[in-house]
Design a protein around this ligand. Structure first.
Ligand code: PGA
Length: 251
């Protein structure tokens, strides 16, 4: 396999970058007679992408009936219907507004009892394998370089598993949850190897808060300390950046 370094595409605004990713997804769906398997992310970054996908569905008739989705991660210890679960996020911001069948949506189950978690994680991996793998994985990047909830220190051979949230990730979630003490301590996340198995990856990063970590992700040697550097080993990754996030990135 030929490894080529991540491509970078620079846009004036997050909106333009998001429309470009939505167009990629729409083209994939329209050109495929087979089901298209999308890996999806939560967080502030993909909101404009999801709004554009909803627009494409409503205004341009793009159908998601032939799409299968897998979300990267979910908080552990809260039920799907919890207002801050990623299940709720995805339904509010995308799934409730398009025609993807519920049976084709996969989100790690954050309400599994401890005794069922290992098997639940293995079943999530199996479900990805059964449909032939992820065609396009959408990613955001944490300020600490995490992808999914693969926090710094995550080895490259990891699969879907339970992980402890890092202090900085929990702090970012604290205001939503009404204080650090209410933030789940753990999550279920696709592993680094699961993500790297995706046929193509679209990494989105917007705004100046992401400038420093994007520079590290693209320029530093591969290190577990910045899990996004693992994407340098992937042969079809594209970074979609707005101008603020791309400051100082050599093109
Ligand atoms: P954000 O989160 O999109 O809210 O910036 C990204 C992440 O932490 O992976």
């Amino acid at each position: 396999m030929t490894i080529k370094p991540p491509a970078t595409r620079l846009f004036s605004t997050a909106q333009e970058a998001s429309v470009a990713v939505a167009t990629e997804i729409a083209n994939l769906i329209k050109s495929s007679s087979e089901p298209v398997v999308l890996g999806l992310a939560t967080g502030g970054t993909p909101l404009k992408l999801y709004a554009e996908l909803i627009r494409l569905h409503r205004v341009e008739g793009l159908s998601f009936k032939n799409v299968i989705t897998f979300n990267l991660d979910e908080y552990l210890g809260i039920p799907p219907q919890h207002p801050l679960s990623y299940w709720t996020f995805m339904h509010q911001h995308l799934f409730d507004h398009i025609d993807v069948p519920a049976s084709q949506i996969h989100i790690p189950n954050g309400s599994l009892a401890e005794s069922d978690q290992e098997q639940g994680c293995a079943a999530f991996e199996d479900a990805i394998t059964e449909v032939g793998g992820i065609d396009l994985q959408v990613l955001g990047i944490g300020l600490n370089g995490h992808i999914g909830f693969n926090e710094p220190g995550s080895p490259p051979d990891t699969r879907t598993r339970v992980i402890e949230l890092s202090e900085s990730t929990a702090q970012r979630a604290a205001s939503d949850f009404g204080g650090m003490e209410n933030v789940p301590k753990q999550a279920i996340t696709m592993g680094v190897a699961t993500i790297l198995d995706a046929k193509s990856i679209a990494m989105l990063a917007f705004g100046e808060s992401k400038t420093a970590i994007i520079r590290r992700a693209l320029n530093e040697s591969i290190t577990a300390e910045v899990p996004a550097t693992y994407l340098q080993q992937h042969d079809d990754t594209t970074y979609y950046l707005d101008e603020a996030a791309a400051t100082g990135v050599p093109f």
